[in-house]
Design a protein around this ligand. Structure first.
Ligand SMILES: Nc1ncnc2c1ncn2[C@@H]1O[C@H](COP(=O)(O)OP(=O)(O)O)[C@@H](O)[C@H]1O
Ligand SMILES: O=P(O)(O)OC[C@H](O)CO
Length: 492
């Protein structure tokens, strides 16, 4: 009997496989990191073959841990780091070079050229995204400009393009498809038609024959071979959209923030896309089968947990990420110190590739405790800026923020967050919402769960943080934070 669902969560630093029971509880999980390649400053690459090996390994071992065989699985869902771009050979299936990761900034100059070819508004109207190094389309054009032979091969139909979802589905089933939430991050898909847009393809120099077929987020794409032989591959979502789904944000105005290496706040805006005027992205949230798509507004932040890793690995002021909290609790405030971790420029709502990190307000009074507190505050301030932009954007005010991701182990961070957004912050019992969302999408497609209402019933709060800070105190601190942000600009 098939009583379980598997989710493959292929993230920026690691790949996970999670096995869920019908109540949405995790019964087994395994995780493996893959190598990060930094061939030049600002460049980040992954080896697609290594990723596929890691995915197979964690899938096998999660099933072993649970004492299950693949016949026990009703379906598998895929969720993935988004925007990361790769090419493979259509015949052999071998990757052609490394994947260019979403954080990679090599397309900076190209982006400036693209901005001269078409104004910002032209891009936004079609794909809902600002021109930025972040997205897949510019990465693809960069590869073709660097290597005209590659471009000729693409035009001759010898290559396949995909984001990580498409790569994994291709490996598992041999189908060349991408889910609509991932496609909405390429700058190649038209947000209204949900098809590849001829004007965008011409602007990016991308031949249509290279591209996967765009499919709903919840649908059977094919049957797996190999490690999951016979299991329907039945759902795929970009990882942040999967977390939105796993947090059951099914109604307009419901939103979540996932705090990991970076942080990503998405708010469901319903079945019509909302064009951002305040530096957010318009993206597809999810699409269930033949139902209309659900859109979301997103604020993407490149560096949050990665700052804690930097304090650990490069400054050595802590040994383990969790120690940041003890250190931050050893002081009562930030001692006047603000950190703006613009290591890869600033993403939403600023979109400033020229920004670089700053520590502002240093005096000889500042201790490592103050730095630790400023580091947690920098995460909360960046998210608060997104919440402010979200609330300006539409009449769907976020009245409560659902949170998840590795950094939500920090209760201090979540209290600071509630204070800075002046709204409650709620952490659910299952914080692996990304994997859960992918499992939900796959489970709906095969009838394992009947409907969204059933999924919503499974969401349980674990803990809630209420704001305690006075408005005067918050606005004074916000003014300091904003000043620190201006100091980070126009550096690179
Ligand atoms: N107890 C903690 N307090 C604060 N930050 C933490 C804690 N534990 C982990 N982190 C941070 O959370 C991040 C890992 O979260 P995770 O959701 O696994 O990230 P990702 O999916 O992006 O790899 C790391 O950047 C780490 O610095
Ligand atoms: O893999 P994560 O969790 O760092 O998420 C990365 C995002 O999908 C980038 O858009």
């Amino acid at each position: 009997m098939t009583r379980y669902l598997a989710a493959i969560d292929q993230g920026t630093t690691s790949s996970r496989c999670l096995v869920f029971d019908s109540d949405g509880r995790i019964i087994a999980a395994d995780q493996a990191e893959h190598e990060q390649f930094f061939p030049q400053p600002g460049w980040v690459e992954h080896d697609p073959a290594e990723i596929w090996h890691r995915v197979q390994r964690v899938t096998r071992s999660a099933l072993d841990q649970a004492g299950l065989s693949r016949a026990d699985l009703a379906a598998v869902g895929i969720t993935n780091q988004r925007e990361t771009t790769l090419l493979w050979d259509a015949q052999t299936g071998e990757p052609v070079g490394n994947a260019i990761v979403w954080q990679d900034m090599r397309t900076d100059q190209l982006i400036r050229r693209l901005a001269r070819e078409h104004p910002e508004q032209w891009w936004r109207e079609r794909c809902g995204l600002p021109l930025a190094t972040y997205f897949a389309g510019p990465k693809l054009r960069w590869r073709f400009e660097q290597d005209p032979v590659l471009h000729r091969r693409a035009e001759a139909g010898e290559l396949r393009f995909g984001t990580i979802d498409a790569w994994l589905i291709w490996q598992l089933t041999g189908e060349h498809v991408t889910d609509v939430s991932n496609a909405s991050r390429t700058m190649l898909m038209n947000l209204a038609t949900l098809d590849w847009d001829d004007e965008l393809l011409t602007a990016m120099g991308v031949p249509r024959g290279l591209l996967p077929r765009i499919v709903p987020s919840s649908q059977v794409y094919g049957e797996a071979t190999g490690v999951l032989a016979g299991v329907p591959v039945a759902g795929a979502l970009g990882d942040q959209q999967a977390a939105l789904f796993g947090q059951t944000c099914f109604n307009p105005g419901e939103g979540k923030c996932t705090y990991g290496t970076g942080s990503f706040l998405l708010m469901n805006t319903g079945t019509a896309p909302v064009t951002s005027r305040h530096g957010l992205l318009t993206t597809v949230g999810y699409q269930i089968g033949s139902e209309p798509p659900v859109y979301a507004l997103e604020g993407s932040i490149a560096i949050t947990g990665a700052l804690i890793q930097w304090l650990r690995d490069k400054l050595g002021i802590i040994e383990h990420a969790a120690q940041i909290n003890e250190l931050a609790e050893s002081v009562t405030d930030n001692g006047g110190c603000y950190i703006v971790p613009a290591f890869s420029g600033l993403f939403a709502p600023h979109w400033r590739p020229d920004a670089r990190g700053v520590i502002a307000g240093l005096t000889s009074y500042v201790s490592k405790g103050h730095l630790a507190r400023a580091a947690l505050e920098s995460t909360a301030w960046q998210v608060a800026d997104i919440v402010a932009a979200m609330n300006q954007e539409s009449d769907l005010d976020l009245t409560m923020l659902k949170v998840d991701g590795g950094m939500t182990a920090s209760e201090l961070l979540l209290q600071i967050q509630a204070d800075l957004i002046d709204a409650p912050v709620v952490r659910p019992t299952v914080t692996e919402t990304t994997g859960l969302g992918a499992a939900y999408a796959a489970g709906l497609a095969v009838g394992f769960w009947p409907d969204l209402a059933t999924l919503r019933e499974k969401w349980q709060p674990d803990r809630r943080w209420e704001p305690t800070m006075s408005a005067t105190e918050r606005e004074a601190a916000r003014a300091q934070w904003r000043k620190a942000v201006t100091r980070s600009l126009d550096w690179a």
